[in-house]
Design a binder for this molecule. Structure first.
Ligand code: FAD
Ligand code: NAD
Length: 479
């Protein structure tokens, strides 16, 4: 016997659960299949993002930031605290509670919207036939008018750094340390390396990041990346660029990492090592030989601009397809696909996917970086505003950073906005809205911002494009 649905979504991470809820909202008979088991071995929804990604990492970043504020900065604003200690098991327990509430919340949302849930593994065959195998081993056949693959990604493993139970770990293991390692090695100074490196650096680890590339944060605007490198150094994070890890050895509860850089062979001994060298699309056991779904040369499910695969009626969204591996990119794709199945014609604007690194200061950007515009030969003007000149940043005792607005020299249309500073993750939303509506720097300059806010720095940076910023000296431009 087989059960039929209008839409079956495989994977209930952010891309999949958004797709399923939107499809159900549009009146489609929808089911979702999810195989994740939480730490308690019970089915859990929300995928990487909620279980071992965005949410737990932000819970640890927030707790460790508050700890540093109390330990190092309360005194500067007249608050005396005697002894500040970090209770790591309590921090971890709160993080787990946040995760538990949110994953249960997604289960509730699926139910409220009338999405049928299947807890186990889906395998897709020809003609949108799905073999569902439940956690108890029983299986049944499901059929769908449309299928949405949203099976996500998993961490990349590299041969010189085989993972161990608790000494050499990936990002998931790094969210579970029960005590602060004295010396922490991080392989890869990308987003995960910087975020999780920051967590443990703040809680007291001596952190060394070994990064293969010569450039730091190459996809960020290079002026912002340079400022970030300066801030991380000030915080005690030791970022070593142009290094190649050749082997690791575990002995007496420590890890020796051998690596080479421009000066030759070197080694370091760490209490723990986090491997954070990227993620890869996850399609294991997903596709029967006759599914008709194809992969690109990097192992991503091949899709067109609107996320349709090579198999009729089969779509794929989120980390398992090309584009940045970001939760919000997958969410938008999930919604787009659900609406297209329902006969609507929305598109995702891939030019305006915001990026955020949740360190302190935070780093956020949308649109093009200055080095990209330069290489494309675009004529542009830049307006920037230092957070040190923001009244609110001063009142907050948090003045590191800068906001930079880049606009087309001829049309003044905003081409990119780049931020390093407190709450950059929130301010960037204003930048995305402005750019989504095709704003010029003048438009942003003519918009009223509440005072005193950190967002005013964005307003001032927009004014600075034409040399009209109020709270900094402007470069000479036309009146
Ligand atoms: P996933 O979230 O990976 O979900 C895929 C789901 O599919 C999983 O639940 C899996 O169990 C299920 N599945 C797979 N195969 C099958 C099958 N055959 N049958 C049934 N179910 C299956 N992104 C951000 O935008 N902001 C952040 O701050 C951020 N922080 C991160 C921090 C860390 C430490 C990590 C690791 C990632 C972070 N990310 C962040 C990335 C973000 O988590 C991913 O981009 C996002 O989760 C991808 O969503 P997805 O729905 O495509 O896939
Ligand atoms: P990443 O691609 O951001 O960084 C990986 C880094 O490891 C790169 O700088 C790369 O040059 C380096 N590297 C690769 N191989 C190496 C090697 N052998 N030795 C040393 N360095 C090496 O990937 P990530 O940090 O693992 O994150 C994975 C994905 O998760 C990313 O796509 C990211 O977008 C997403 N994520 C997003 C957020 C966020 O939005 N705030 C947070 C965490 C993760």
């Amino acid at each position: 016997m087989s059960t039929a649905y209008d839409v079956i979504v495989i994977g209930a991470g952010p891309a999949g659960y958004h797709a399923a809820i939107r499809a159900a909202q549009l009146g489609l008979n929808t089911a979702i299949v999810e195989k994740w088991l939480g730490k308690d071995n019970k089915p859990a929804y929300g995928g990487t993002c909620l279980n071992v990604g965005c949410i737990p990492s932000k819970a640890l970043l927030e707790a460790s930031h508050k700890f540093v504020e109390a330990r190092d900065h309360f005194d500067e604003i007249g608050i005396r605290v005697k002894e500040v200690t970090a209770d790591v098991p309590a921090i971890m327990a709160r993080k787990d509670e946040v995760v538990g509430n949110l994953t249960k919340g997604v289960a509730g949302l699926l139910k409220t919207n009338g999405v049928s849930t299947y807890e186990g593994t889906a395998k897709l065959g020809a003609g949108r036939k799905i073999t569902f195998t439940a956690h108890d081993g029983s299986s049944e056949e499901l059929n769908a008018g449309s299928v949405i693959i949203a099976t996500g990604s998993v961490p990349v493993e590299i041969p010189p750094c085989p993972l161990t139970d608790d000494l050499i770990v990936d990002s998931t293991g790094a969210l579970e340390f029960q005590e602060v390692p004295d010396r922490l090695g991080v392989i890869g100074a990308g987003i995960i390396g910087l975020e999780l490196g920051s967590v443990w650096n703040r809680l007291g680890s001596e952190v060394v990041l070994l990064e293969a590339l010569e450039d730091f944060l190459p996809s960020a605007d290079q002026q912002i990346a340079k400022e970030a490198a300066k801030q991380f150094k000030k915080q005690g994070m030791d970022v070593r660029l142009g290094t190649r890890v050749t082997s690791t050895e575990v002995k007496d509860g420590k890890v020796t990492v051998q690596y080479t850089d421009a000066d030759g062979d070197k080694s370091e001994v760490f209490d723990k090592v986090i491997v954070a060298v990227g993620r890869r699309p996850y399609t294991e056991e997903l596709l029967a030989a006759d599914s008709g779904v194809t992969m690109d040369e990097r192992g991503f499910v091949f899709v067109n601009d609107v996320c349709l695969t090579d198999a009729p009626g089969v779509y794929a969204v989120g980390d398992v397809v090309r584009g940045p591996m970001l939760a919000h990119k997958g969410m938008e794709e999930g919604i787009m696909v659900a609406e297209r199945i329902a006969g609507q014609k929305p598109l995702v604007n891939y030019d305006l996917v915001p990026s955020v690194v949740y360190t302190h200061p935070e780093i956020a950007w949308v649109g093009k970086a200055e080095q990209t515009l330069k290489s494309e030969g675009v004529d542009y003007q830049v307006g920037s505003f230092p957070m040190a000149a923001s009244g609110r940043a001063m009142a907050n005792n948090d003045t590191d950073g800068v906001i930079k607005v880049i606009a087309d020299k001829e049309t003044d249309r905003i081409l990119g906005i780049h931020i390093i500073g407190a709450q950059a993750s929130e301010i960037i939303a204003e930048a995305v809205i402005a750019m989504e509506f095709g704003a010029s720097a003048e438009d942003l300059g003519l918009t009223m911002f509440a005072h005193p806010t950190l967002s005013e720095a964005l307003h001032e940076a927009a004014l600075a494009v034409s040399g009209h910023a109020i709270h900094v000296a402007n470069r000479k431009r036309k009146k």
